[in-house]
Design a protein around this ligand. Sequence first.
Ligand code: NAD
Ligand code: WQD
Length: 339
Amino acid sequence: MRVLVTGGAGYIGSHTLVELLGQAHEVCVLDNYDNSSPVVLDRVRKLTNGTVTAVEGDVRHDATLNAVMADFRPDAVIHFAGLKAVGDSMKDPLGYYDVNVNGTIALLRAMDAAGCKRIIFSSSATVYGEPVYLPYDEAHPLNPTSVYGRTKMIAEQILTDWAVAKDGAAVLLRYFNPVGAHASATLGEDPSDVPNNLMPYIAQVAVGQRAHLNVFGDDYDTPDGTGQRDYIHVVDLARAHVAAVDYVANHSGARAFNIGTGQPYSVQQMVEAFRKASGHAIPVVIAPRRAGDIAAMQADSTRAHAELGWSATHTLDDMAASTWAWQSGNPHGFRGTYD
Ligand code: NAD
Ligand code: WQD
């Protein structure tokens, strides 16, 4: 299929391009490089020997969207483009609603004008909020605790209403905690500032860029007292998008899918896995709990197994080892000397 990938130069988008090209899909990227660089797409081209058409532009810009639709004529769209920092979303709610919600509306309008009826959307497990029960299944109530989470919940609702009204197909992929890097160590997560997320922070400690990891609380009601999350290898996550592309070819309506492994790990277990993979000590300091954090999250991905035919195959050791290979091979990310 011809797949338009918004935000395709980003962390998850770039890994997804590799998997799409590996399955002989044609791809076109729309990205404004707000949190990425065109260098990423060169790496994807080199890795796959594939064609990646790229348009620099904003997903909120109607004329750009209409031109891309007319030129590329996608059969389906994967919509990654968006802002994702929870803390920033609380300080700049309008900026987050604008990009994440208005960007989705603009994209759907351009799809309508072009007659494109299939979309796969980057949602997040954060739409569930404080667990009423665990593991979360897709029927768990939605009660996000941040502006970022609300932008995802609202975009999901808009996509659902659109799918019903237009007889379209919308797959809402609720990612748990994406980590890891491509096995080639040429693609990975490249935070532009101090990492907000655990795995990139640990990686920067291991490579010597930061002195220690602050562990945000060791008195949670979990086996070792530190927070538990359902970490998902980014290549497994990328493959879920390829499965979703196949799914939207044969279905209509909106459907949400949890994308996680079902196996939670604690902060302490992540530190230990990374120490083992890197051979480096990871000094930790126990710090206060981070505002808004939940003790534990865990996915029930039964629906994705049953209906998308998707399962995670990478282990915790794969997540740690690939992150380490990426971080140690590219200590300055895509701004390094390897291009
Ligand atoms: P990322 O920041 O690496 O990728 C997002 C891409 O979108 C970047 O290339 C950025 O330049 C682009 N972009 C941002 N605003 C844009 C705009 N207005 N117009 C065009 N392009 C724009 O993030 P990621 O981790 O790859 O996340 C991809 C998607 O998945 C996001 O929607 C994010 O909210 C969602 N998500 C991420 C996680 C995670 O932990 N990484 C978890 C759940 C959901
Ligand atoms: C994981 C665990 C922290 C950093 C966030 C977003 C969510 C989604 C994924 C986009 C927690 C602990 C972390 C550190 C620590 N993103 N931690 N020290 O909070 O589950 O989810 O990213 O959709 O929306 O909220 O992930 O990686 O920040 O934290 O101890 O320096 O690591 O307290 O227990 P989180 P995370």
